[in-house]
Ligand binder design. Structure first.
Ligand code: DGL
Length: 262
């Protein structure tokens, strides 16, 4: 089935998931929607997040998407149940990778950096209660981080100061895993590696989401069986600067890409 896979996020963060999707499914056509005009979602109410997600889904369905990846932890944890209730298209969501961290930790302390919306969601509480009973989870809200990432301002010294402040309580608890619970945060990897002690493993959910997408495409028999490299269409409702840089750096070599403003 040559119809595209739709992927959306509150902004450019979901491109960290898109990279994994492109790597695993190079022949699929994909449409990426960055709702940057409404970023960040992390401080918004569940009702507002659901309304924004429905708008994103409607737009992706207009583009003929056969499956939708909610490449945003905040949107998944607050809205995916409602999306699945309302629409017939299959959804793949992204949740913080608490399970592998809880299974792998030796110090019995793991850190999670995510938005307020994700950490306060019922779905997150359920997952952490299920997998991390004997482990201390040091939860930190990454307030203000998404704004730097959306602006592509990753070398700003103020970002480093803010992030240092966020990882300090985790280091104090001797974490050996840091879970990145927001799809924007993989863009902070260089800084996080600098700020955290050497042995701390940093994990995100990108690869797991790509694998799950592949499984669902196969089980629903909607894979694109063409052997031609798929196309990648980007939409943003904000300025294109950061997204354009990411496209040039990460996607131009693997896919035919087009960027449009809504
Ligand atoms: N990228 C989103 C996530 O994975 C959140 C960013 C935001 O607050 O909009 O949670």
């Amino acid at each position: 089935m040559k119809e595209p896979i739709g992927v959306f996020d509150s902004g450019i963060g979901g491109t960290s998931i898109l990279k994994e999707l492109v790597k695993l499914l190079p022949n699929e056509n994909m449409v990426y929607l960055a709702d940057s005009a409404n970023a960040p979602y992390g401080q918004k109410s569940p009702e507002k997040i659901i309304a924004l997600c429905k708008k994103n889904v409607d737009l992706l369905l207009e583009k003929g998407c056969k499956l939708i990846v909610v490449a945003c932890n905040t949107a998944t944890t607050n809205a995916i149940a409602e999306l699945r209730r309302v629409y017939v298209v299959p959804f793949i969501g992204i949740e913080p990778a608490i399970k592998p961290a809880a299974l792998g930790t030796k110090t019995k302390a793991i850190g999670i950096l995510a938005t307020k919306g994700t950490l306060s969601s019922a779905l997150f509480t359920k997952t952490s209660d299920l997998y991390a009973q004997n482990t201390e989870i040091v939860e930190v809200i990454g307030k203000g981080l998404v704004e730097f990432i959306e602006a592509g301002d990753l070398l700003n010294p103020e970002l480093e100061i803010l992030l240092k402040h966020y990882v300090e309580p985790m280091i104090a608890k001797d974490i050996d895993y840091l879970v990145l619970g927001c799809s924007h945060y993989p863009y902070l990897l260089p800084l996080l590696t600098k700020l955290l002690p050497k042995g701390v493993k940093i994990i995100d959910s990108g690869e797991a989401v790509a694998l799950q997408t592949h499984n669902v495409l196969k089980s629903k028999n909607i894979k694109n069986n063409s052997n031609i490299t798929g196309e990648l269409l980007f939409f943003t409702n904000s300025n294109t600067n950061t997204l354009e840089k990411i496209i040039n750096k990460c996607f131009k070599t693997t896919k035919n890409t087009v960027l449009k403003t809504l």
